[in-house]
Every structure is written in structure tokens, then in C-alpha cells.
Design a protein around this ligand. Sequence first.
Ligand SMILES: Nc1nc2c(c(=O)[nH]1)N[C@H]1C(S)=C(S)[C@@H](COP(=O)(O)OP(=O)(O)OC[C@H]3O[C@@H](n4cnc5c(=O)[nH]c(N)nc54)[C@H](O)[C@@H]3O)O[C@H]1N2
Ligand SMILES: Nc1nc2c(c(=O)[nH]1)N[C@H]1C(S)=C(S)[C@@H](COP(=O)(O)OP(=O)(O)OC[C@H]3O[C@@H](n4cnc5c(=O)[nH]c(N)nc54)[C@H](O)[C@@H]3O)O[C@H]1N2
Ligand code: SF4
Ligand SMILES: [Mo]
Length: 689
Amino acid sequence: MPRTRHSVCSLDCPDACSLLIDIDQAGQGSRLRGNPDHPITRGFLCGKVARYLEREYSPDRLTTPLRRIPGSAKGVSTFEPVSWDAALDEIAAKLGKTSAIHGSESILPYSYAGTMGYLNFSGMAHRFFHRLGASRLDRTICSSAGGIGLVEALGVRYGTEPEQFRHSKLIIAWGANIMTTNVHLWPFIVEARRNGAKLYTIDPHRNRTGKLSDRHYAIHPGSDAALAFAMMHVIASEGLEDASYVAEHTLGFAELKDRMREWPPERAAAVTGIPAEDIAALAREYATTRPAVIRLGYGVQRSDRGAMATRAITLLPALTGAWRDLGGGIQLSTSGAFQINRNALEMPELQYTSALGREARVVNMSTLGHALTDLDNPPVHALVVYNSNPAAIAPDQNSVRKGLRRHDLFTVVIEQFENDTTDFADIVLPATTFLEHTDLYYAYGHYHMQLARPVLAAPGTARPNVEIFRRLAARMGFDEPCFRDSEDDMIRQLLDTQHPFVAGITFEELDREHSVRLRIPEPFQPFANGGFGTASGKCEFRAETLVFEPPVESRSGEASLYARYPLELVSPKNHGNMNSTFGNRPENDHATGTLTLHPEDAAERSIAPGDSVVVRNDRGRIQLRASVADDVARGVVCCPAVRWARLADDGNTVNMLTSQRLTDQGGGPTFYSCLVQVEKLGSQIGTKI
Ligand SMILES: Nc1nc2c(c(=O)[nH]1)N[C@H]1C(S)=C(S)[C@@H](COP(=O)(O)OP(=O)(O)OC[C@H]3O[C@@H](n4cnc5c(=O)[nH]c(N)nc54)[C@H](O)[C@@H]3O)O[C@H]1N2
Ligand SMILES: Nc1nc2c(c(=O)[nH]1)N[C@H]1C(S)=C(S)[C@@H](COP(=O)(O)OP(=O)(O)OC[C@H]3O[C@@H](n4cnc5c(=O)[nH]c(N)nc54)[C@H](O)[C@@H]3O)O[C@H]1N2
Ligand code: SF4
Ligand SMILES: [Mo]
């Protein structure tokens, strides 16, 4: 009989599933399934992770440290195995020398959410880089613009509880592909629809969620704020606001009403591509249906004015009083409710005992290409990558690669698999998966904290990030006791907080129960009676600051650019991927190598389904396979992300086309504001590909 153990899916997904794994006599995992007792997981997993044991036991897993064969060109996998001692000695010596010669800020850690576990996401590594005095990485690649927009509107970074969606009568998936990126919300939506609820989607791409919705609004990329403004116009001018909620719990309604006079639906229609009468009807239905909830995704904020758009949408439920209702409100993220003791985990004070002796500079991860090719004072001379695959996922791939190819850059990559980024490494270290190490997990799509112990043995000599940075610290002679903390010590430190949502949750409780609901009321209706996290405690409209400007790279943006590149490219999440993770599965390589065009855009270019096409702009060109469908509107093309460049025929992927332009606030990337031209392969006259 197999034993069954608990784990937690660590992937960068709002659902943070509770897993059960069967383990046979030999200690091999034989079956992975969703925990039926978990209130969000409810007994099922997504298709990607149901098959995770394939990845876990893949013969391609990295099992030993590797060192670049001297003299071999970067960008190609030419490695020889080395011992951990040799690899760590070399890294410590190089980092020490780089710091001494160029200053410690010439060392840059690069990481994101390959794992969402606190300890392996930002635990020992942060302590290590703080003590080293390395540049600090601003982790903007995903949600920083939206996070700011949300906090400007609500004062906090959380919202409607997923469990309450079942009570809703109108659910709007706004730039959120729930079926693909947040599938554990779906059963609550199914339950709501069984009770008569409607599901609407607002998205330039009619994705899986859009296909299953009652109504799809094909909005032009980057124009969401205009739609939100026009909805406010209709609500305020027709008196559909919740007058008592507005009076008690908001500030600045009169000014808002006045300012939104500028935004009749006709004006928004011209920008968004959604007919004026549809906008008016949507606004009326939204304001008069109770409960109404918005599942706001991250698609809206990957655009030049992403923070503004997020804020504008997030103001809507305060206007209609949707927060009063069980099953009403808005959810972008729940992460802000996990008020753990981050300073105890990351120990930023160690910077003062570093070679630098002060807080280190901050480098934005969304402009990695710039950081590696243009940064001065000092330039980056050493890069340590973990939990991320920047050669694939960072925008402006040409510029990133140019940086990674530098001979004078020393690059360490801590990974589970060889990938586009390890191709540029000097040293590769093998990392464990979440099934092989201890960690504590928050979630960004629910309110349950979870602890997972290792359930499987690591292959070869793969090690957790925590252990790798512990050993590197010892090699560097960092003798502070914090570098000897165990995983359990670090979890206890994390939980050492007075915040009412977390205070009282103990290590023992988490270890015993695996999953613990935050200490929040049940049901959680955070703003039913106001209580916003703003200075005034109210939802502040600040109407004078609500402005719409189209993205530079859009049909309403820079005209000369649009004349040359008349198609708006979006590259949203692929169903079978987790960003670039699982990109080595053939079906995912196929999907992420496909570009969808509207039938008229295809016909104009004599492109038929299955044709090879070239997609290009000033930053680069890539080759994809055409699919022709009206899932995108005219003028929009869609290529799901993120493909592995090393698997593409031309070695290039969609981030060859995306830019390093940043969002209005938060320094986020603008992946979904990207103008391109598309041609049938071979049809370009005089151009060589
Ligand atoms: N299967 C799968 N699941 C994932 C991931 C994955 O790669 N694959 N990635 C994970 C990560 S890192 C994240 S951040 C989340 C993201 O989860 P989501 O936010 O749901 O995903 P995205 O694909 O980024 O964007 C959602 C939708 O926004 C649309 N969109 C693009 N531009 C605009 C716009 O201007 N306005 C509007 N209204 N919509 C727009 C896209 O077409 C897309 O359908 O998903 C997580 N879950
Ligand atoms: N065009 C386009 N580009 C995008 C996006 C898009 O929608 N379109 N999405 C953007 C967004 S939202 C995000 S969040 C980023 C995501 O970008 P990344 O955070 O880089 O995500 P992944 O591509 O999944 O790469 C994570 C890597 O971490 C590794 N890993 C997993 N667990 C561990 C561990 O415990 N230790 C170590 N050392 N490694 C581990 C995995 O093997 C994997 O290679 O991509 C961004 N790029
Ligand atoms: S990727 Fe998301 S849905 Fe899939 S198992 Fe992990 S947490 Fe659950
Ligand atoms: Mo993300």
C-alpha cells in the first residue's frame, strides 16, 4: 500500500493547490492529486501539474553542478560536470573578487517566482545578497503596476474571497483568463451560474474563458481605463450609484461625477472598440445586479498605463456598493492579507554590515537588457539567477541576450533543467523541486497559508535554494547566526508578527494541519462597512488624477509607429505552460509557436492557416505558424507565452518583439502593448530572414 503525503504546488499561480501524493515502498511518487479536503483545491489539479511527476522524474533534470567548458561561446550548452565544492569555491572566489574590484553592487541577483515558497523565493538568498552588498532586484516583472493601482484604490492588496464568488449574480472576468490561470475559481463560478449568474469577459483575446462566457467584449489592448470611465459616467449620470455607500465610505463623488461627464460611452467606444450602447448596457447591468463581482486579471496592467487602468476598474465596486454584498466586490490579488514578518526573513539590515555599508542600489528586473548592457556606476559584472528564466521571459530578448553573451559577465544559474538561460551560464547548480524541500506558502488567489515538507528524494545532488545560499554564505566567511538558521527556524521567524490576520498561527498548527485559513472573519467581506486601507479609511476617487492615455504602441498611440507596425500583439499565458515552465512539452512548444490573426488581417497578407509567418518590429523578428480565427479582433494578433528559444527553428521567441518600456507606476513591463507587422514567410521582397 502506498503512503499518502501532503504537499503544496509552488508554481506562480493564484490557486496554490494543496496536493496529495502517493509514495510507494521504494519512496517513489506514484500519483499526484488535488486534496479533496482543501476548500479551494477541492480534489482536482490543473492539467499541467496533474502530470508533474513526469517533470519530477524527467531524465533531463539537472543532478550535478556544471561548469562551462573554457573557451566555449555563451549561448550554447557546453558544460562539464564538477563537484559542489569546486563549483561553490569558484562562485565564492569570483563574487569576492568582483566585489573587491568593481564594488559589491556590480553583483546582481535575478529571480522571480519559479517557486512561491517564502524560504526559497526570498529567504536565505536575500540574506546572502544583503550581506554581500549586492544590487537589489526590484521584482516588477509580473504585477507591480497592478499592485499599485489596487492599493491606490483600496489601500490594501486584497479583495473578494474566492469562496464567495458562488453567491454572485454577475461575474466579470476583466483581463483574466480564469480557465487557464486560475482554474480553481471556476467551480465557484459554475455554482453561481447554476443559480442564474452571468459571466462576462473583457479581453482582446476570446480565450478559453471568453469562449465559455455569456458575453465577450473584445476590448482594444491598453484601453481599459476608458471603458471604466465610461461605465462611471453612465452610473453617475443615471444615478445608479449606491448613494448611502458612496456617502459613508467614499471621498470625492461629486468631483468624480463632474469629471466623468467627459467620458460618454461614445468617446470610450472610439478607443476601446466596444459599441457605445454595449458599454451603457454593461454599466447599467453591472450597477443594478447584486451581488456583482469583478475578477480582475493581470492582463490589464501589462500596458503603459497599467496602474491607472487597474485603479479605475477597482473604483467601480465602491461606486455601486458591491462591497456590501456577499459575493460582490473585486479580486485582483489576495497576497496583501499574508502579513508575515518579511524583514525577519530577508534581513535587509545586513546591508549595513556588507562591504557596501549602506543600502544597495535597486535594479529593475523588467529592464534586464538595459541593466546588462548600459548600466554604469558600476556595470553588472556578476549575475546570479534562480527561480527564473530571463533569457525567455524578460522583454526585449535581443538586448537581454546581448548582455548575457558578454565575456566579462560571470553568470551563475540555479535551475532544475537546462533552459534558455543556462545556455548563457558559466556555472549551473542543480535545484530541488517543491516536492523535495520544506517551505511555507502564501497564495495570491485565496486566504489559506500552507506548509509543505519534502516528500521525495532529490535526484543526484540537487539542493534547495536555501541550502545553496547557506553554503555560499559559509564559503564567503559570513558568520552571522542567521546563515545557520534551519528551515523551521525561518518559518517561525516569518510567523513572528502582531498583524491580526497572522498572529496566533503557529508553526505547529501549520505542520499538523498543512493548510490554515488566515485569521480573517468568515465570511471575509473586507469593505462591506468601508474600512479601506487608505489614509482616510475611505475609498478615495481623486477624480482630478483619473486620466486616459493610450499606450505608445497601440492603434491610438504613436501614429508613425502604427503606420509601420499596424498590428497590436498580445502574448498572454499559454494553457499548458507556467510562463516558460513546461515549455519543453511538445504541445506547449506548438501552442507558443502559433500566432492567431483575424481572418481579414490574414487574407490581406495572403496568409492561410498553418503558413509560416514572420512577425517583426524594430526590436527583432521571429518566425511563427499562423492560425486564423476571429478570437482576436481586426488589428490584434495573439501569441501565447512563453516559448523556449532553444526549441524554436529560428531560435527566437515572442519576447524578441516586446519592449523595455515601463508602466506608469511600479516599473512594470508592457508586454501587451506591442506593435508588429506580420508577413507570410518568403513574401518579403529583398529581406533576408
Ligand atoms: N496555465 C497558466 N497559468 C498561469 C500562468 C501561465 O503561464 N500558464 N502564469 C501565472 C502567472 S505568472 C500570472 S501573473 C497569472 C496571470 O493570470 P491572468 O492575468 O489571468 O493572465 P494573462 O494571460 O497575463 O492575462 C489575462 C488576459 O488579459 C488579456 N489582455 C491582454 N491585454 C489586455 C488589455 O489591455 N485589456 C484587457 N482587458 N485584457 C488584456 C489577455 O488576452 C489574457 O487573456 O497566471 C498564472 N497562471
Ligand atoms: N511575452 C510575455 N512574457 C512574459 C509574460 C507574458 O505573459 N508574456 N509573463 C510575465 C510574467 S507575469 C511572469 S511572472 C514572468 C515569469 O517568469 P519566471 O519567473 O522566470 O517564470 P518561469 O518561466 O516559470 O521560470 C521559473 C524557473 O524557475 C525554476 N524553478 C522552479 N522552482 C525552483 C526552485 O525551487 N529553485 C530554483 N533555483 N529554480 C526553480 C523553473 O525550473 C523555471 O525555469 O514572465 C513574464 N514574461
Ligand atoms: S499550477 Fe495552479 S492550478 Fe495547477 S496545481 Fe499548481 S496551484 Fe493548482
Ligand atoms: Mo506573473
